[in-house]
Design a protein around this ligand. Sequence first.
Ligand SMILES: [Zn+2]
Length: 212
Amino acid sequence: MFIVYGKKVGVIKRSTDHQRNCKNCKDFNQKTVVRQAYGHVYYIPFFPMGPKYAEIYCESCGQRTHDTTLQNDYEKSTRAPFYYYSGLIVILSLMLYGAIADWMDSFSTKKFVQHPIVNDVYRVVDKQENGDVYTYLKLKKIEGDSLSFYESRLVYVHVSKKFAEIDYFMNNAFVKYSKNQIVNMFDEGLIDQIERDYTEASGYSREETMKE
Ligand SMILES: [Zn+2]
């Protein structure tokens, strides 16, 4: 992908000093402009780059003042503005938002295992030497502490939020776990996704239809 990025110089402060006068026209109209470069991606500033540079001139006649001490003072007292970090702020905000969303999600998922209801779909991780494989379980019966599930027909090496087109839950046999076993599996990360109120498009509602 082609990315537009680079460095641009911008003005970070303008001010006028009416206390000092011009050596040329004697007017009290000393203007200071402080500039600094920023690194940009697609012209969105990400961070300040390089030194600040203050320029002092008379607004009336244009005469420039070269006063290193004064220029240094202006440079030191001027901070790069907030918007010089725009890109960085946007990216950090998105990361923070994602982290908070994940965190909130983990709470609702935990609630699902603690209070299971029929038709919940669990994704179960089977940790194997050559990589993890996944199966899906669909809760069909709750009897006291015992949970009975239908199992997905397919075993997955790669997972997405969806059931494979050709997959369905097999209703020929129940797989049974106790509530505690399920909570432990969740805590150990062996159940890594729980779906409830899923859509038809997710495919989780498909079950094997009995042959006549
Ligand atoms: Zn002047």
